[in-house]
Write a protein that binds this ligand. Structure first.
Ligand code: IPE
Ligand code: IPE
Ligand code: MG
Length: 252
């Protein structure tokens, strides 16, 4: 498969930083927990547990490299179609992650925020999110942005409906603009992702950040999410640093 084997050379954190071209915003589709579990003869829930475990070192490494924003796709608007016991396991893991890791993430200077329709999550999850966000609100080293009950289409529709509400009283024919649209999305105030990483080999976006990924560089690795470690992150950033971004213009 046309993934990134040619960039497999090991690069260390320092080299990535010294290149002077660290992505400001990395977005990750953390996929492959189920396949990882199946390969090991474990339950899907155990795969998700290992997937959550894999996240912390990646968050810390991104902060150490100097990434400003890390957005991770944790639960999509389509994931509700999974069996109820798997959904319950995912929600329990979310609450457990927030309860057990918030203090350490705070100490690392990480500010936790979310995108997605949080009001559609179970009460317990909503409360854990509120607590984690409040506890880390003053942190400025890096934003850890959790995409929960997130779908790109849902986000766009919610944004447009809120914009309509806010502009209803205006008499003249006011039209929605791209900057106004961006300011109504859940990611308002954040830069667009520079690098999208997807683990476990699937070549698709799966309704993630449809607006914001317009010019992101895409990196797909065969590695399953529970096996995705800081060395894998380094490979992805190294591959990004070899790319020529043109944004529709010409290579100089
Ligand atoms: C990603 O792993 C985690 C979530 C979608 C919540 P999957 O559960 O999609 O794993 P695969 O794709 O079945 O291997
Ligand atoms: C995308 O993975 C969603 C998350 C990682 C949370 P999926 O496993 O749900 O995506 P598809 O179904 O393979 O496209
Ligand atoms: Mg999957």
């Amino acid at each position: 498969m046309e993934t990134e084997a040619r960039h497999d050379a090991l690069v260390n954190r320092q080299e990535l930083i010294e290149s002077g071209n660290v992505p400001r915003h990395i977005a990750i589709i953390m996929d492959g927990n189920g396949r990882w579990a199946r390969q090991k003869g474990l339950t899907r829930a155990e795969g998700h547990r290992q997937g959550v475990k894999a996240l912390k070192p990646i968050v810390k490494e991104c902060a150490a490299i100097g990434v400003d924003v890390l957005t991770v796709y944790a639960f999509s608007t389509e994931n509700w179609s999974r069996p109820q016991n798997e959904i319950d396991a995912l929600m329990a893991l979310l609450v457990e992650f927030l309860r057990s890791e918030t203090e350490e993430l705070k100490a690392e200077g990480v500010c936790i925020r979310t995108i997605g329709n949080i009001s559609g999550l179970p009460e317990l999850a909503q409360r854990a999110i509120q607590t984690a966000m409040a506890a880390t609100a003053q942190q400025t080293r890096m934003v850890l942005n959790l995409a929960l009950n997130y779908g790109g289409r849902d986000e766009i529709v919610r944004a447009i409906n809120r914009w309509i509400q806010d502009n209803r009283s205006l008499t003249d024919n006011v039209l929605l603009t791209a900057p106004a649209m961006a300011s109504y999305l859940d990611t308002a105030g954040l830069p667009d992702p520079d690098l999208l990483i997807r683990s476990s080999g699937e070549m698709r976006i799966s309704n993630f950040l449809l607006w914001q990924l317009a010019y992101a560089e895409i990196y797909v690795t065969e590695t399953l999410w529970p096996d995705f470690d800081p060395a894998e992150l380094h490979k992805a950033i190294h591959a990004y640093q070899q790319r020529v971004r043109r944004f529709g213009g010409l290579r100089e």
